[in-house]
Write a protein that binds this ligand. Structure first.
Ligand code: ADP
Length: 156
C-alpha cells in the first residue's frame, strides 16, 4: 500500500493545496492530509475549522483522509506507516526550502521518500499567507479557495 502524508498548516486551504491533493490521490493508494499544530505559529483559523474544510473539500475522494499531529512530521509518518512525504512546490523559493527539508528528512528518516509535485501554473501564485492578509483587510478571496467552501465561512 503506497501511503503518503501531506503535511501543512492549511490556514486556510487554498486551490493550490486542493490541486496537489487531487493529483496525489491518483498517484498513491492513500493520502492523509495532516494538519500540523505548531506551538510557535499562531493560526488564523481553529484546528476544527481547518479540519472541517479539508474533510468537506475532499469528501468525494475515498482514498483521502484528514488528521492532525504535533511534533515532528517524520514521527507522525512513522506512526501512521506512511512511506511518502508529499509536498507542493510553487516557485524557486519553495524549491530551496523544500530541498533543505527533504535532505534533512533523509538524514533523519532514510526510508521516508519526499515526493514533490509542482503546482499547476494557474495556482502557482496562491499563498495562504496572502489569503489571510486579504481577509484581514476585508478583501475577496473567493477565487483562491476551493469552490466547495462558501466564502462567507471565511469572513464571519
Ligand atoms: P506549511 O506551513 O507547511 O508550508 P502550508 O499549508 O502553507 O503549510 O502548505 C502545505 C504544503 O502545500 C506545502 O508543501 C506547500 O508548499 C504547499 N502549497 C502551498 N500553497 C500551494 C500552492 N498554491 N500550490 C501548490 N502547493 C502549495
Amino acid at each position: 500500500m503506497r501511503k503518503a502524508v501531506f503535511p501543512g498548516s492549511f490556514d486556510p486551504i487554498t486551490k493550490g493545496h486542493e490541486n496537489i491533493v487531487r493529483r496525489a490521490s491518483l498517484l498513491f493508494d492513500h493520502v492523509t492530509i495532516a494538519i500540523g499544530s505548531n506551538s510557535t505559529k499562531k493560526s488564523m483559523f481553529s484546528l476544527d475549522q481547518r479540519r472541517a474544510w479539508l474533510v468537506d473539500v475532499f469528501s468525494d475522494l475515498p482514498n483521502v483522509d484528514v488528521d492532525d499531529y504535533e511534533g515532528l512530521t517524520i514521527d507522525y509518518c512513522k506512526k501512521v506507516g506512511a512511506s511518502f512525504l508529499l509536498r507542493g512546490v510553487r516557485n524557486g523559493g519553495d524549491f530551496e526550502y523544500e530541498r533543505t527539508i527533504a535532505q534533512m528528512t533523509k538524514y533523519m528518516a532514510p526510508h521516508l521518500e519526499t515526493v514533490i509535485l509542482f503546482t499547476d501554473p494557474e495556482y502557482a501564485a496562491i499563498n495562504s499567507t496572502i489569503v489571510r492578509e486579504i481577509l484581514r483587510n476585508q478583501g475577496d478571496v473567493s477565487q483562491f479557495i476551493p469552490d466547495r467552501i462558501p466564502v462567507s465561512e471565511l469572513t464571519r
